[in-house]
Design a protein around this ligand. Structure first.
Ligand SMILES: C[S@@+](CC[C@H](N)C(=O)[O-])C[C@H]1O[C@@H](n2cnc3c(N)ncnc32)[C@H](O)[C@@H]1O
Ligand code: SF4
Length: 354
């Protein structure tokens, strides 16, 4: 390793140590607001403008919520509070949507199976992945899963269907913290499933990222996540530890606490256009396209696939996005109250948020 990259690695490790040791530091010092310094802000707005042009040409991530049902009850997730009826996307509607995407030939970033539900509860998940890989093979397919149902048979099915990327939500490395966060799930079973899945991969495909949301209930785990998985012989492609966001409201406020949670925006100067709105198209089980993942009750539906055209829906989303660009967040209390908006301050530098 060269002297330069050695120094960079040490710097990153030191920053990570500070972040784990002093969770409120970034928040309290207002470091996320650095992007609002006039000199830097101009620079940053250019970056946003470049990304927005990509969205306008159709460079978006398409997310299928194949079901809004879930077998877990994670403390930071509003799934169990959701009033929207439980549904599952039928194969026929899925095929029609995929055919329309294939015909549009947009420069899509990826297809994601997630939403606010557990995608492996859909028995036709592998068939849906296979359909995407047959009809639009160049676009990567990802699933985000709690892995609790990923037994050997299901794991083989998903791998053979051609899945490219998997995010495994494993929100605690001890039985105590895991079960405190991921209500209803059993630590040992999920752990075994993850290890089995990793052992079945061929040539490291699909790539696997393990995700652990930063909450007080699992705060002691962060400094040891990599060591824990190494001790199990588990080889991941990456580990992420996202901060919790409030999905535009405070429904889950009494269910969890987190030193890392960002404050709500207090004025438009705390708000930049929401990347989620531009980059992600979230399709609910009946084809409805919600505003974003914060809109799990479908307060702002952009259109319904199967009835409305993809082009029209994308246009509606872009109109909403234009308002954000002008600093107008008044159209929905979801945007006004969303802590994810604050996290967006840094999100614009990444290639893709998803
Ligand atoms: C809503 S889940 C849906 C997919 C699947 N059921 C799962 O848990 O992986 C998608 C991702 O969001 C994360 N998540 C849930 N609630 C969150 C919150 N309030 N803040 C940040 N991430 C959250 C989950 O841990 C998971 O990684
Ligand atoms: S497993 Fe996923 S969808 Fe289910 S409660 Fe947890 S975060 Fe929400």
């Amino acid at each position: 390793m060269s002297g330069g990259s050695n120094f960079k690695t040490k710097l990153v490790l030191f920053a990570k140590f500070l972040y784990d040791r002093y969770p409120g530091l970034i928040k309290n010092l207002g470091l996320l607001d650095l992007v609002r310094l006039p000199l830097y802000k101009n620079f940053y707005l250019n970056q946003i403008e470049k990304k927005m042009q990509q969205f306008q040409s159709g460079a978006i991530a398409v997310e299928f919520e194949v079901t809004n049902n879930c077998n877990a009850d994670c403390v930071m997730c509003p799934n169990s509070l959701m009033k929207r009826p439980i549904g599952r996307m039928d194969m026929d509607l899925f095929r029609r949507i995929v055919d329309e995407f294939a015909a549009e030939n947009l420069p899509l970033i990826k297809f994601v199976f997630a939403g606010i539900g557990e995608p492996t509860l859909d028995p036709s998940l592998a068939e849906k992945i296979k359909c995407l890989k047959q009809k639009i093979p160049h676009v990567p397919v990802q699933i985000t899963t709690n892995a609790s149902l990923l037994n050997e048979t299901r794991a083989r099915e998903l791998i053979e269907a051609g899945l490219d990327q998997m995010i495994i939500s494993f929100n605690g490395i001890t039985q105590e913290s895991y079960e405190a966060v991921m209500g209803n799930l059993k630590y040992e079973k999920s752990l075994q499933n993850v290890l089995t899945f990793l052992s079945l991969r061929k040539n490291n495909k699909p790539s696997v990222t393990v995700s652990c949301v930063r909450l007080d209930a699992n705060a002691a785990d962060f400094s040891g996540i990599e060591e824990f998985w190494n001790s199990k012989g588990a080889k991941f492609d990456s580990v992420k530890t996202p901060v919790p966001f409030n999905r535009g409201g405070d429904q889950m406020q009494n269910r969890y606490s987190s030193k890392w949670a960002l404050p709500k925006p207090t004025s438009p100067s705390h708000m930049l256009p929401c990347r989620m709105m531009g980059e992600n198209l979230l399709i609910h089980p009946d084809g409805a396209v919600a505003l974003c993942f914060a809109d799990y009750e479908e307060k702002h539906v952009m259109g319904q696939l199967g009835k409305d055209s993809i082009k029209d829906i994308i246009k509606t989303k872009q109109n909403w996005f234009e308002r954000h660009k002008k600093g107008d967040f008044s159209h929905t209390p979801l945007c006004n109250n969303c802590t994810f908006m604050r996290e967006q301050s840094v999100a614009w530098w990444k290639d893709s948020y998803f």
